[in-house]
Design a protein. Sequence first.
Length: 101
Amino acid sequence: MAQIKIKPKENNLAWHCDVEITDDDGSLTAHKVTMDRDFVTRMGADYKPGKVVEKTIEFLLSKESKEAILPEFDVSVVSHYFPDYIASLEKLLQNDSSPLI
């Protein structure tokens, strides 16, 4: 299973996350993911931005390889490629019992 490392950085309007995805064989991809404050608010106040990005990456990995994930994207574009993204993200967040990032 892939390991996901997220380093969130906040500014006034959005979060910018540096994401690294490492496979069991040690291969690594790096991604820059942005997310505006409104998106986090829609997901629920209980979720920290890093957790939303982590679950977004998990969702994408369930659909495609880490190499197919765009090197830079805003989470709002994911639903353009995968219409089930928002519903799936909500379920992933609700079912997660790990500590918030």
